[in-house]
Design a protein around this ligand. Structure first.
Ligand code: GTP
Ligand code: MG
Ligand code: ZN
Length: 374
């Protein structure tokens, strides 16, 4: 089937025409009747996709995505199912395949069993939004940054940018906030303080919102993600609502993720505020915004230095010299433990799945031996 790549380009198709990627071409060749579309909304009940700048339409998902997700044999896990930003192949009104992801922002899902959740896929820019009110928290920003570029080897990395909103408010201390984020800015993460309601103020973000690029907004409820979306779009498409006076918390106004084409030709994904941000266990601390601390640790006299009271500890020396923020270091230790804990849980789940597969094979072999192959 002939695809309209010009229309797809408006919603972020990465190429001028046919995909310049062997895995994508192969998958499209395997489904000659199918056409590509992008997931623009994700609801509990299903997906809305689009194949051009016009309104999206509902499609039926793959049957295996309709069963509960998990790491058991014969099931697909949540991260193997389409998320907002993903490219899928459609045949009629049905999704028949998920095209390979070039990048994804994931987190560990809350709950007893190990699960991952894809926040958004095929992302060029991640705007980590944080209000300069009671929402401001450098440690939470570091946590977001770990999840952004910690997702392991990805064909295309996402560029994180910190957007501090509400810079226009009288009691916002922009300078203090920028100082508190010096460690983050030192890791090549641009930090901007803006008034999210003012188009001129947010123009600093334009280089990361060029035609063909996809950006996602992440941050707590009430941070101003939808306000920023509306300003960049030039219309009040997304609902916004004031924050609670007592603690500046939002009211979870946005309830589902949505991909919105901007006048610039970029695509912006607005997301609901997240309450919990757990690592998946696949993160790499050096790539996830802590390269400075990992490099210091490499200079300690002892390879197994715990950076407590060991002689020749480069980390402690940096803290004493005032070049490393002790709170940033404490957060690094905390996140490192969380990543290690999640990695253990992930390994256990994968081992269980592998065992189930081997047991299944052994059972089939026994049955084949007993009853013959047919
Ligand atoms: N003065 C000022 N107010 C802002 C700014 N950004 C956001 N706000 C206000 O903050 C409140 C929350 O903004 P929203 O855009 O709804 O926040 P959100 O991040 O989308 O929140 P959820 O959808 O709940 O996740 C609204 O009252 C906005 O008008 C800003 O830069 N300056
Ligand atoms: Mg919102
Ligand atoms: Zn040390």
């Amino acid at each position: 089937m002939k695809s309209d790549f010009t229309a797809l380009r408006v919603i972020g198709w990465p190429w001028a025409g046919e995909p310049d990627d062997a895995a994508w071409r192969e998958m499209m060749a395997a489904h000659p009747q199918a056409r590509p579309a992008r997931v623009v909304e994700q609801h509990r009940s299903g997906y809305i996709v689009a194949d051009g700048p016009d309104a999206g339409f509902a499609v039926e998902s793959l049957p295996e995505w309709q069963r509960p997700a998990g790491y058991r044999k014969g099931t697909t896990s949540a991260e193997q199912r389409a998320a907002v930003g993903d490219w899928v192949l459609l045949e009629g009104g049905r999704i028949v395949a998920l095209l390979p992801r070039r990048s994804a922002i994931k987190r560990g899902a809350a709950g007893e069993h190990y699960r991952q959740q894809v926040i958004a896929a095929n992302i060029d820019t991640v705007l980590v939004v944080c209000g300069l009110d009671g929402d401001f928290n450098p440690r939470r920003i570091e946590r977001y940054l770990l999840l952004v570029n910690g997702g392991g080897a990805q064909p295309a990395a996402s560029q994180p940018i910190v957007v501090l909103t509400k810079a226009d408010k009288e009691d916002s201390d922009v300078q203090a906030a920028v100082d508190a984020l010096a460690g983050v800015a030192g890791q090549d993460v641009p930090v901007f303080a803006v008034n999210a309601k003012d188009r001129d103020s947010v123009a600093a973000l334009d280089p990361w919102l060029q035609a063909g690029m996809t950006a996602v907004l992440v941050g707590s409820s009430g941070a101003g993600k939808s306000t920023l979306t509306n300003t960049l779009l030039g219309t009040e498409k997304m609902k916004t609502a004031g924050v609670r006076e007592s603690d500046a918390r939002g009211r979870h106004t946005t309830t589902h993720r949505a991909l919105i084409p901007l006048p610039s030709g970029a695509c912006l994904i607005d997301t609901p505020g997240m309450r919990e941000l757990k690592p998946t266990g696949e993160e790499n601390l050096a790539e996830g915004g802590f390269a400075d601390i990992e490099a210091l640790a490499g200079q300690c006299r002892f390879r197994d230095c715990r950076h407590a009271r060991e002689p020749g500890c480069a980390v402690r020396a940096a803290i004493e010299a005032g070049t490393l923020d002790p709170q940033r270091f404490a957060n690094y230790l905390k996140l490192r433990d969380e990543v290690a804990g999640a990695a253990d849980r992930l390994a256990t789940r994968l081992a269980q799945k592998a065992t189930a597969k081997v047991q299944g094979k052994a059972l089939h072999k026994r049955l084949d031996d007993k009853y013959g192959k047919d």
